[in-house]
Design a protein around this ligand. Structure first.
Ligand code: IPE
Ligand code: IPE
Ligand code: MG
Length: 248
């Protein structure tokens, strides 16, 4: 199965990404193609999320970060925003017990203070009851922006310097990383974006400095294990140089 989708001639080393981040784009177009309203696409997108979490576990991925709502998505019509937030609440309520069953540790990254109190308390609860799980780390990026993350990190680090917990000359890249939403998690190995656009749309910025980027035209609700496998195979075929020179 794993070998099936590798383009011929690619020298295959079984390198599996440890941290995958996905920009789940294309729900609206998927619905439009079917003559339905956009929220229909978001609901179908939630089913794709559930399947993707399973593929990640089956493929022994350690961290999966999913972009569900950007800081710019507030610019959408009010009805779409409220429907998306309702769907998020529904997902938390319904999937809570499955998270524990599959040993998943859930973390929501983003400014959740803009969400209503009910949603915030479900997020807190889901994070708490899964905090001792040691399987897949599932980061849900909700009201997340890469620029926001960096600015928040700067504010926190300045506060620590002011309080005397940290000296300016101690600030190194590794230290700064710990002030971001992703804390001390491994950097992202592979970014997948569905929906045909080839851009980052203010997703993780710092954390993808050396990620491999995989773009597919498939719309998010149609995402499946074959595309997931293709993306992993694409990753496996890359030579990651990190600025060095690697001899063949
Ligand atoms: C991605 O799908 C989901 C969110 C941004 C919430 P879109 O809603 O952006 O779908 P398209 O790109 O308009 O098709
Ligand atoms: C990116 O998709 C955000 C999410 C997938 C949550 P968008 O649809 O918002 O991005 P743009 O507007 O095409 O850049
Ligand atoms: Mg979009």
């Amino acid at each position: 199965m794993l070998y099936k989708y590798i383009p011929s001639g690619v020298k295959f080393k079984r390198k599996i990404p440890r941290h995958i981040a996905i920009i789940m784009d294309g729900n609206g177009r998927w619905a439009k193609n079917k003559g339905k309203i956009r929220i229909f696409g978001h609901k179908a997108g939630f089913n794709a999320v559930k399947k993707t979490v399973k593929f990640a576990i089956q493929n022994k991925i350690e961290i999966l970060t999913l972009y569900t709502f950007s800081t710019e998505n507030w610019k959408r019509p009010k009805l779409e925003i409220t429907s998306l937030l309702k769907l998020f609440l529904f997902a938390l309520k319904n999937e809570m017990q499955h998270l524990n069953k599959y040993n998943i540790r859930l973390k929501v990254i983003g400014d959740i203070t803009s969400f209503n109190k009910e949603l915030q308390s479900y997020i807190d609860h889901a994070e708490k009851i899964t905090s001792n799980n040691n399987g897949l780390i599932l980061n849900i990026a909700a009201n997340y922006g890469g620029k926001w993350d960096i600015v928040e990190g700067v504010k926190k680090i300045v506060t620590d310097v002011q309080k005397g917990f940290l000296c300016i000359n101690q600030i190194k890249e590794e230290i700064f990383s710990q002030y971001l939403c992703t804390n001390s998690l491994l950097p992202v190995d592979l970014v997948i974006r569905t929906g045909g656009e080839k851009r980052i749309s203010n997703f993780l910025l710092w954390q993808i400095a050396y990620s491999e980027l995989y773009f597919t035209d498939v719309l998010w609700p149609d995402f499946n294990e074959f595309i997931f496998q293709n993306a992993i195979n694409f990753f496996s075929s890359r030579k990651r140089r990190f600025g060095k020179i690697i001899k063949n």
